[in-house]
Ligand binder design. Sequence first.
Ligand SMILES: [Zn+2]
Ligand SMILES: [Zn+2]
Length: 208
Amino acid sequence: MPSDDEIRAETRRLGRTIKRNNLIAASASGVALSFLSLLFFGYSLKSIIIGLAAGFVYANGFEYVLHRFLLHAGHGFFCEQHMVHHTTLQSPEAARYVNFSRNPWGVVALLCANAIPVLFLQWIFHGAWGAGVFVSFALYYMAFEEIHWRTHLGGWLPRWLRPAARHHLLHHAHDTGRFNVFLPLFDWLLQPALPTAPLHHKKGNPRL
Ligand SMILES: [Zn+2]
Ligand SMILES: [Zn+2]
């Protein structure tokens, strides 16, 4: 029977491998989608800068909406998966459930699904900002996953990101609220309009 330390070391190794594969999937998808946008819609320096800024704000809003309304819905596959992350944080298997997706194809699907409305809007408005949006979204995803990992499992974070890490740990402490993981931009923006009440969701079954 393996000890807790052996399980912890093994799941960290597994978690790091998943994180690396997710990073490769996010960068390859970001590059491919940006190339698609450049090919069909062209570019200009101004459109790239607008796209990078819009992609960052969009990714932050998407993170908030996904985490609040899908992962904490109280029911459904994605909620149950996320509850495993919440309920295993103190267990030796925590590292196995810290990554957003346990399969790199989930990351590819995430980026491609988000690309559909962007490409549609580019087609309608003949905008060239898609490449910037895709680069920004992919970079945001990679930063989000790395920061989330280090928040829970340790590792260096720059001083300016430590309040963001505390913000996420408070989300876990109270089991609701504070839905942004990277930077709490949409938490600040939407909190007055959409105050959160404690969610009485059922906990998922930790697969221990
Ligand atoms: Zn959560
Ligand atoms: Zn977390």
